[in-house]
Design a protein around this ligand. Structure first.
Ligand code: MSP
Length: 474
């Protein structure tokens, strides 16, 4: 039988990141979360497609290249390379890394836009209004605070130019129904409610999908009018289709996405323009999109002027990738906002990883060697809840559960005083050691998608013992 037909598939995406600046810990956060899920579903023997990449066109990127006295292509090659490198060092095992300057992507975006134009869902008109280059977004007066973009603290540009527009307004009611009926799931609940109330109370306007080439030349030419380039967000959203070879076999195998991850900053676009484009193309919508929180660093938004941008490279050098993974997923709930404080990071590293887990492994390993424990047999169900936690993106709950076992096993060892038992009741000691070894292996298995290096190291140290299978085949 052809295995592909009986294997379940799992298609997960991250946003594609702008290459105006090198990657920071915020970009790593989303991509690491996707990596946890991709690893988890691979362990469950799903056929996984984990997509990430870089968003390389538009005014903002072109401006950054100009500031560095280089060409946009050279600049995007450089920054995109940095993303790939840091993902490798963080142990992020993506299946596909798309760059929007890839020839394949460019060609397919043009085919898609031509299709929409032929269906009369794109038409020529004029855009008159405001544009924030930092956000690469058209802004309404409501989106501004004292006339400035609240994120970039700058006055948006005033634009009055002819452009092409997509008939977004046509999809308002359909979208609202799909979200209400959970045919298009938005998580967490609070964010879903925000989108529902937005769609109920505001009128969706048709959206500009192009800029005049004379104003923004660093972009994909419209196939039906070469004096325009594609609006960078339209170019970017279509990556989720082009990266898996729309409309060919690979696309047929993986579409629709099972989960699309992002932070709350770009949820609105992903729950309006994105599904509307898919409806316009008669394609099924993603099953679920999840918007996690934003985190600050030492209480402040990361910014160049505050010099508080955390470069994962630096943290990696001193602590390794699992320390970052552990901190980000244990310190705050995935859906909520949080703060990355270096002090908290060091504290958790020392207390939780080095002390609690490190000590547990080392002391049991030493005892096992000293008292010659042979093997393990029984099954321990203690960590069964964590599969659901991971599937619900409740990574903190999963780690809380794992650390409960780490702590209670450490406590048990202290209470049982094995160093005395060796003299008074060696049979009991062997039994206990068997139990502790087995627990450590269950912990190591549970950690596999979350802290893959740590998990591998623990299992290696207990090499001759077969770990329990926590993730059975589906
Ligand atoms: N290029 C667009 C996305 C196009 S997707 C079709 C973009 N790029 S971005 O580089 O600005 O990345 C935004 C994403 O980076 C957020 O949605 C989030 O996934 C991640 N984060 C960036 N900073 C972050 C924090 N400080 N905290 C949490 N996530 C952060 O928008």
């Amino acid at each position: 039988m052809d295995l592909e037909f009986i294997m379940k598939k799992y298609y997960i995406t991250t946003p594609i990141y702008y290459v105006n600046n090198p990657p920071h810990i915020g970009h790593a956060y989303t991509t690491l979360a996707a990596d946890v899920l991709a690893r988890y579903f691979r362990l469950k023997k799903y056929q996984v497609m984990f997509l990430t990449g870089t968003d390389e066109h538009g005014q903002k990127v072109a401006q950054s290249a100009r500031d560095k006295n280089t060409s946009p292509q050279k600049y995007t090659d450089l920054i995109s390379g940095k993303y790939k490198k840091i993902w490798r060092h963080l142990g992020i095992g993506y299946d596909k890394f798309i760059r929007t300057t890839d020839h394949q992507h460019i060609k397919k975006v043009q085919v898609i836009l031509q299709k929409l134009y032929d269906k009369k869902l794109i038409y020529q008109g004029e855009y008159q209004g405001l544009y924030c280059v930092g956000c690469e977004e058209y802004k309404g007066k409501r989106d501004l605070k004292k006339g400035k973009c609240p994120v970039h603290k700058k006055k948006p540009e005033i634009i009055k130019e002819s452009c092409y527009l997509f008939k977004l307004s046509k999809y308002q009611n359909k979208l609202l129904d799909l979200i209400r009926n959970n045919k298009f799931q938005i998580k967490p609940e609070a964010r879903r409610n925000e989108i529902i109330s937005f769609l109920k109370n505001e009128k969706l306007e048709d959206v500009a999908i192009s800029r005049q080439k004379s104003k923004v030349s660093w972009g994909i030419e419209l196939p039906f009018d070469k004096s325009h380039t594609t609006y960078v967000w339209i170019d970017a959203l279509l990556n989720y289709l082009t990266a898996i070879d729309w409309p060919d076999d690979n696309f047929k195998k993986f579409w629709p996405p099972d989960l699309q991850l992002m932070a709350k900053d770009i949820l609105r676009i992903h729950s309006t323009i994105w599904p509307a484009l898919l409806m316009a193309l008669d394609l099924p919508l993603p099953k679920k999109i999840f918007a996690h929180g934003f985190f600050t660093v030492n209480g402040h938004k990361m910014s160049k002027s505050l010099k508080n941008i955390i470069d994962p490279k630096i943290v990696l050098k001193d602590y390794g990738s699992d320390a970052i993974r552990y901190f980000l997923f244990r310190e705050f709930h995935f859906g909520s906002d949080g703060d990355f404080s270096i002090d908290r990071f060091q504290e958790r590293y020392r207390a939780d990883l080095a002390n609690d887990l490190g000590n547990l492994v080392q002391r049991v390993l030493k005892m096992k060697q000293k008292y010659k424990v042979e093997t393990i047999k029984e099954t321990d169900q203690a960590l069964s809840g964590i599969e659901k936690d991971i599937e619900d993106l409740a990574f903190k709950n999963a780690l809380d559960k794992i650390w409960d076992i780490v702590m209670s096993t450490n406590q048990e060892i202290n209470q049982e005083e094995p160093w005395n038992l060796v003299k008074t009741d060696s049979e009991k000691l062997v039994k206990l050691l068997n139990k502790w070894v087995k627990r450590i292996l269950v912990i190591a298995n549970a950690l596999e998608p979350l802290l893959p290096e740590t998990s591998k190291n623990i299992i290696k140290q207990f090499q001759e013992l077969k770990p329990e299978v926590l993730f059975p085949k589906v």
